[in-house]
Design a protein around this ligand. Structure first.
Ligand SMILES: NC(=O)c1ccc[n+]([C@@H]2O[C@H](COP(=O)([O-])OP(=O)(O)OC[C@H]3O[C@@H](n4cnc5c(N)ncnc54)[C@H](OP(=O)(O)O)[C@@H]3O)[C@@H](O)[C@H]2O)c1
Length: 281
Protein backbone atom coordinates (compact mmCIF):
# COMPACT_ATOMS: atom_id res chain seq x y z
CA UNK A 1 0.00 0.00 0.00
CA UNK A 2 1.31 3.41 -0.87
CA UNK A 3 -1.39 5.81 0.25
CA UNK A 4 -0.06 9.17 1.38
CA UNK A 5 -1.63 10.24 4.70
CA UNK A 6 -3.10 13.72 5.01
CA UNK A 7 -2.65 16.17 7.86
CA UNK A 8 -5.43 18.47 8.98
CA UNK A 9 -4.33 22.10 9.30
CA UNK A 10 -5.64 24.58 11.86
CA UNK A 11 -7.97 26.14 9.26
CA UNK A 12 -9.71 22.83 8.47
CA UNK A 13 -7.95 22.20 5.13
CA UNK A 14 -5.92 19.02 4.66
CA UNK A 15 -2.48 18.59 3.13
CA UNK A 16 -0.78 15.42 1.84
CA UNK A 17 2.07 14.63 4.24
CA UNK A 18 4.42 13.80 1.34
CA UNK A 19 5.01 16.07 -1.63
CA UNK A 20 7.57 16.96 -4.27
CA UNK A 21 9.94 19.95 -3.86
CA UNK A 22 11.31 21.87 -6.83
CA UNK A 23 14.04 24.07 -5.29
CA UNK A 24 17.02 24.06 -7.70
CA UNK A 25 15.06 22.35 -10.45
CA UNK A 26 15.93 24.30 -13.61
CA UNK A 27 12.91 26.17 -15.02
CA UNK A 28 13.18 24.28 -18.32
CA UNK A 29 13.17 20.90 -16.52
CA UNK A 30 10.42 21.66 -14.05
CA UNK A 31 7.34 20.75 -16.10
CA UNK A 32 8.79 17.30 -16.89
CA UNK A 33 9.85 16.63 -13.30
CA UNK A 34 6.43 17.66 -11.96
CA UNK A 35 4.58 15.57 -14.55
CA UNK A 36 6.73 12.56 -13.67
CA UNK A 37 6.10 13.04 -9.95
CA UNK A 38 2.33 13.23 -10.55
CA UNK A 39 2.47 10.05 -12.67
CA UNK A 40 4.13 8.25 -9.77
CA UNK A 41 1.38 9.41 -7.43
CA UNK A 42 2.57 12.63 -5.74
CA UNK A 43 -0.28 15.12 -5.29
CA UNK A 44 1.57 17.96 -3.55
CA UNK A 45 4.12 20.32 -5.13
CA UNK A 46 6.24 22.85 -3.20
CA UNK A 47 7.58 25.80 -5.20
CA UNK A 48 8.43 29.46 -4.53
CA UNK A 49 8.73 32.73 -6.39
CA UNK A 50 12.47 32.61 -5.63
CA UNK A 51 12.88 29.27 -7.47
CA UNK A 52 11.87 30.87 -10.79
CA UNK A 53 9.97 27.75 -11.86
CA UNK A 54 6.31 28.38 -10.97
CA UNK A 55 5.46 28.44 -14.69
CA UNK A 56 6.89 24.92 -15.12
CA UNK A 57 4.92 23.71 -12.10
CA UNK A 58 1.65 24.87 -13.67
CA UNK A 59 2.60 23.40 -17.04
CA UNK A 60 3.58 20.07 -15.50
CA UNK A 61 0.28 19.80 -13.64
CA UNK A 62 -1.73 20.60 -16.77
CA UNK A 63 0.34 18.15 -18.87
CA UNK A 64 -0.23 15.35 -16.33
CA UNK A 65 -3.96 15.25 -16.90
CA UNK A 66 -4.51 15.24 -13.12
CA UNK A 67 -7.26 17.67 -12.07
CA UNK A 68 -5.98 20.91 -10.56
CA UNK A 69 -8.33 20.28 -7.62
CA UNK A 70 -6.51 17.03 -6.83
CA UNK A 71 -3.05 18.62 -6.51
CA UNK A 72 -1.92 20.59 -3.46
CA UNK A 73 0.19 23.55 -4.62
CA UNK A 74 2.35 25.75 -2.36
CA UNK A 75 4.28 28.88 -3.30
CA UNK A 76 6.13 31.52 -1.29
CA UNK A 77 6.60 35.28 -1.28
CA UNK A 78 10.04 36.37 -2.43
CA UNK A 79 12.35 38.28 -0.09
CA UNK A 80 12.40 41.55 -2.03
CA UNK A 81 8.62 41.88 -2.00
CA UNK A 82 7.53 42.07 1.64
CA UNK A 83 5.96 45.51 1.52
CA UNK A 84 2.17 45.07 1.24
CA UNK A 85 1.79 46.62 -2.24
CA UNK A 86 4.71 44.59 -3.58
CA UNK A 87 3.36 41.44 -1.93
CA UNK A 88 -0.05 41.93 -3.58
CA UNK A 89 1.52 42.31 -7.01
CA UNK A 90 3.85 39.36 -6.39
CA UNK A 91 0.95 37.13 -5.41
CA UNK A 92 -0.92 38.04 -8.59
CA UNK A 93 2.19 37.19 -10.58
CA UNK A 94 2.46 33.83 -8.80
CA UNK A 95 -1.10 32.95 -9.80
CA UNK A 96 -0.43 34.12 -13.38
CA UNK A 97 2.80 32.11 -13.61
CA UNK A 98 1.14 28.97 -12.29
CA UNK A 99 -1.91 29.63 -14.47
CA UNK A 100 -4.27 28.98 -11.54
CA UNK A 101 -6.83 31.15 -9.79
CA UNK A 102 -5.79 29.96 -6.33
CA UNK A 103 -2.95 28.28 -4.47
CA UNK A 104 -3.54 25.80 -1.68
CA UNK A 105 -0.89 27.38 0.51
CA UNK A 106 1.08 30.63 0.35
CA UNK A 107 3.99 31.32 2.68
CA UNK A 108 6.26 34.17 3.69
CA UNK A 109 9.53 32.55 2.58
CA UNK A 110 11.81 34.17 5.21
CA UNK A 111 11.06 36.48 8.16
CA UNK A 112 14.00 38.84 7.32
CA UNK A 113 14.04 40.49 10.76
CA UNK A 114 16.98 42.66 9.68
CA UNK A 115 15.11 44.15 6.71
CA UNK A 116 11.90 46.22 6.39
CA UNK A 117 12.52 47.67 9.89
CA UNK A 118 11.84 44.18 11.21
CA UNK A 119 8.22 44.40 10.04
CA UNK A 120 7.03 40.95 8.95
CA UNK A 121 3.70 41.70 10.68
CA UNK A 122 2.21 43.87 7.91
CA UNK A 123 3.44 41.29 5.39
CA UNK A 124 1.56 38.60 7.30
CA UNK A 125 -1.58 40.78 7.40
CA UNK A 126 -1.34 41.07 3.60
CA UNK A 127 -1.35 37.26 3.33
CA UNK A 128 -4.42 37.24 5.59
CA UNK A 129 -6.21 39.20 2.84
CA UNK A 130 -5.27 36.54 0.25
CA UNK A 131 -6.84 33.94 2.49
CA UNK A 132 -9.98 36.02 3.04
CA UNK A 133 -10.51 36.52 -0.71
CA UNK A 134 -10.02 32.78 -1.33
CA UNK A 135 -7.00 33.04 -3.61
CA UNK A 136 -4.89 31.29 -0.95
CA UNK A 137 -6.80 28.46 0.71
CA UNK A 138 -4.26 28.42 3.56
CA UNK A 139 -1.45 30.74 4.58
CA UNK A 140 1.68 30.09 6.55
CA UNK A 141 5.26 31.06 7.16
CA UNK A 142 8.70 29.62 6.53
CA UNK A 143 11.89 29.89 8.54
CA UNK A 144 10.11 31.66 11.40
CA UNK A 145 11.81 31.27 14.76
CA UNK A 146 9.86 31.03 18.02
CA UNK A 147 10.29 34.76 18.63
CA UNK A 148 8.81 35.60 15.22
CA UNK A 149 5.84 33.28 15.80
CA UNK A 150 5.24 34.81 19.23
CA UNK A 151 5.13 38.25 17.70
CA UNK A 152 2.55 37.19 15.09
CA UNK A 153 0.48 35.64 17.90
CA UNK A 154 0.59 38.89 19.87
CA UNK A 155 -0.08 41.30 17.00
CA UNK A 156 -2.28 39.50 14.45
CA UNK A 157 -5.49 37.45 14.26
CA UNK A 158 -4.58 34.43 12.16
CA UNK A 159 -2.27 31.64 13.36
CA UNK A 160 -0.08 30.36 10.49
CA UNK A 161 -1.29 26.97 9.22
CA UNK A 162 2.31 25.78 8.75
CA UNK A 163 5.88 26.78 9.45
CA UNK A 164 8.29 25.41 6.84
CA UNK A 165 11.71 25.03 8.48
CA UNK A 166 15.00 23.25 7.95
CA UNK A 167 14.81 19.88 9.68
CA UNK A 168 16.65 16.58 9.22
CA UNK A 169 18.56 14.12 11.45
CA UNK A 170 21.58 16.44 11.85
CA UNK A 171 19.38 19.45 12.72
CA UNK A 172 16.04 18.45 14.20
CA UNK A 173 15.17 22.07 15.01
CA UNK A 174 12.98 20.78 17.82
CA UNK A 175 12.45 24.04 19.68
CA UNK A 176 10.64 25.55 16.70
CA UNK A 177 8.79 22.27 16.04
CA UNK A 178 7.63 22.14 19.67
CA UNK A 179 6.27 25.68 19.51
CA UNK A 180 4.33 24.69 16.39
CA UNK A 181 2.96 21.54 18.00
CA UNK A 182 1.80 23.50 21.04
CA UNK A 183 0.09 26.19 18.95
CA UNK A 184 -1.53 24.21 16.13
CA UNK A 185 1.09 25.08 13.49
CA UNK A 186 2.07 22.09 11.33
CA UNK A 187 5.78 21.62 10.69
CA UNK A 188 7.04 21.23 7.14
CA UNK A 189 10.64 19.97 7.05
CA UNK A 190 12.76 21.42 4.26
CA UNK A 191 15.95 19.70 3.09
CA UNK A 192 14.53 16.54 4.73
CA UNK A 193 17.55 14.48 3.67
CA UNK A 194 19.92 17.46 4.18
CA UNK A 195 20.41 17.62 0.40
CA UNK A 196 21.97 14.15 0.60
CA UNK A 197 24.43 14.98 3.42
CA UNK A 198 22.96 12.48 5.90
CA UNK A 199 22.67 9.55 3.51
CA UNK A 200 26.17 8.16 4.11
CA UNK A 201 25.91 8.28 7.89
CA UNK A 202 26.78 4.79 9.26
CA UNK A 203 23.83 4.84 11.68
CA UNK A 204 21.48 5.44 8.75
CA UNK A 205 23.09 3.03 6.27
CA UNK A 206 23.04 0.25 8.91
CA UNK A 207 19.28 0.63 9.39
CA UNK A 208 18.74 0.85 5.63
CA UNK A 209 20.69 -2.37 5.01
CA UNK A 210 18.85 -4.26 7.73
CA UNK A 211 15.43 -3.17 6.44
CA UNK A 212 16.29 -3.56 2.75
CA UNK A 213 15.46 0.12 2.16
CA UNK A 214 17.53 3.04 0.86
CA UNK A 215 19.03 5.57 3.31
CA UNK A 216 16.74 8.26 1.85
CA UNK A 217 13.66 6.11 2.52
CA UNK A 218 14.77 5.53 6.12
CA UNK A 219 15.24 9.26 6.75
CA UNK A 220 11.99 10.25 5.03
CA UNK A 221 10.12 7.57 6.98
CA UNK A 222 11.59 9.01 10.22
CA UNK A 223 10.08 12.40 9.26
CA UNK A 224 6.70 10.82 8.50
CA UNK A 225 6.64 9.09 11.89
CA UNK A 226 7.55 12.40 13.58
CA UNK A 227 4.50 13.99 11.95
CA UNK A 228 6.51 16.29 9.68
CA UNK A 229 5.27 17.23 6.22
CA UNK A 230 8.07 16.58 3.66
CA UNK A 231 8.68 17.21 -0.05
CA UNK A 232 12.06 15.79 -1.09
CA UNK A 233 13.48 17.19 -4.31
CA UNK A 234 14.93 15.06 -7.09
CA UNK A 235 15.29 15.30 -10.83
CA UNK A 236 16.32 11.62 -11.02
CA UNK A 237 13.37 9.41 -12.04
CA UNK A 238 14.40 6.41 -9.90
CA UNK A 239 14.81 8.64 -6.83
CA UNK A 240 11.48 10.40 -7.38
CA UNK A 241 9.88 6.93 -7.24
CA UNK A 242 12.01 5.72 -4.33
CA UNK A 243 11.14 8.78 -2.23
CA UNK A 244 7.43 8.04 -2.71
CA UNK A 245 7.67 4.47 -1.37
CA UNK A 246 7.44 5.16 2.34
CA UNK A 247 4.15 3.69 3.42
CA UNK A 248 4.71 -0.06 3.36
CA UNK A 249 7.23 -0.20 6.23
CA UNK A 250 7.78 1.31 9.67
CA UNK A 251 10.76 2.18 11.85
CA UNK A 252 10.84 0.48 15.25
CA UNK A 253 11.44 2.66 18.33
CA UNK A 254 15.15 1.68 18.49
CA UNK A 255 15.72 2.87 14.95
CA UNK A 256 13.84 6.12 15.61
CA UNK A 257 16.05 6.66 18.64
CA UNK A 258 19.20 6.02 16.61
CA UNK A 259 18.14 8.68 14.11
CA UNK A 260 17.11 11.09 16.88
CA UNK A 261 20.59 10.72 18.39
CA UNK A 262 22.26 12.16 15.27
CA UNK A 263 21.08 15.70 16.08
CA UNK A 264 23.99 18.16 16.24
CA UNK A 265 21.94 21.14 17.32
CA UNK A 266 22.83 24.47 15.75
CA UNK A 267 26.07 22.97 14.33
CA UNK A 268 23.96 20.69 12.13
CA UNK A 269 22.18 23.56 10.39
CA UNK A 270 22.98 23.43 6.67
CA UNK A 271 21.13 26.53 5.44
CA UNK A 272 21.11 30.15 6.58
CA UNK A 273 20.14 31.21 10.09
CA UNK A 274 16.75 32.98 9.87
CA UNK A 275 17.75 35.48 12.58
CA UNK A 276 20.40 37.01 10.33
CA UNK A 277 19.45 35.96 6.80
CA UNK A 278 18.87 39.11 4.74
CA UNK A 279 19.33 37.95 1.16
CA UNK A 280 17.31 39.71 -1.51
CA UNK A 281 17.61 38.13 -4.98
N1 LIG B 1 11.46 27.31 2.72
C1 LIG B 1 12.74 27.25 2.48
O1 LIG B 1 13.51 28.16 2.83
C2 LIG B 1 13.30 26.07 1.76
C3 LIG B 1 14.69 25.88 1.67
C4 LIG B 1 15.18 24.75 1.01
C5 LIG B 1 14.27 23.84 0.49
N2 LIG B 1 12.92 24.05 0.57
C6 LIG B 1 11.93 23.09 0.00
O2 LIG B 1 12.25 21.78 0.44
C7 LIG B 1 12.46 20.93 -0.70
C8 LIG B 1 13.47 19.85 -0.38
O3 LIG B 1 14.69 20.41 0.11
P1 LIG B 1 16.04 20.45 -0.74
O4 LIG B 1 15.74 20.48 -2.19
O5 LIG B 1 16.85 21.56 -0.20
O6 LIG B 1 16.82 19.13 -0.33
P2 LIG B 1 16.51 17.58 -0.15
O7 LIG B 1 15.17 17.21 -0.67
O8 LIG B 1 16.86 17.25 1.27
O9 LIG B 1 17.65 16.92 -1.08
C9 LIG B 1 17.69 17.09 -2.47
C10 LIG B 1 19.02 16.52 -2.97
O10 LIG B 1 19.13 15.13 -2.64
C11 LIG B 1 19.23 14.35 -3.83
N3 LIG B 1 18.33 13.20 -3.64
C12 LIG B 1 16.97 13.22 -3.65
N4 LIG B 1 16.47 12.00 -3.42
C13 LIG B 1 17.53 11.16 -3.26
C14 LIG B 1 17.65 9.77 -3.01
N5 LIG B 1 16.57 9.01 -2.89
N6 LIG B 1 18.90 9.26 -2.89
C15 LIG B 1 20.00 10.05 -3.01
N7 LIG B 1 19.94 11.38 -3.25
C16 LIG B 1 18.71 11.93 -3.39
C17 LIG B 1 18.82 15.24 -4.98
O11 LIG B 1 19.55 14.93 -6.14
P3 LIG B 1 18.93 14.83 -7.64
O12 LIG B 1 17.92 15.91 -7.80
O13 LIG B 1 20.14 15.02 -8.50
O14 LIG B 1 18.34 13.45 -7.78
C18 LIG B 1 19.20 16.61 -4.46
O15 LIG B 1 20.58 16.86 -4.69
C19 LIG B 1 12.91 21.92 -1.78
O16 LIG B 1 12.84 21.40 -3.08
C20 LIG B 1 11.96 23.06 -1.53
O17 LIG B 1 10.67 22.76 -2.05
C21 LIG B 1 12.44 25.15 1.20
Amino acid sequence: MNTVPTIELNDGHTIPQLGFGVFQVAPAETADAVRRALEIGYRHIDTAEMYGNEKGVGEGIRASGVDRADVYVTSKLDNGLHRPDDARRAFERTLAMLGFDYVDLFLIHWPLPMLYDGDYVSTWQTLEQFRRDGRARSIGVSNFQVEHLERLAAETDVVPAVNQIESHPYFRNDEVRAYGAAHGIATQAWSPIAQGEVLGDPAITAIAERLGRSPAQVVLRWHIQRGNIVFPKSVTPARIRENFELFDFELEPDDVEALDALDRGEAGRGGPNPDTFAYVP
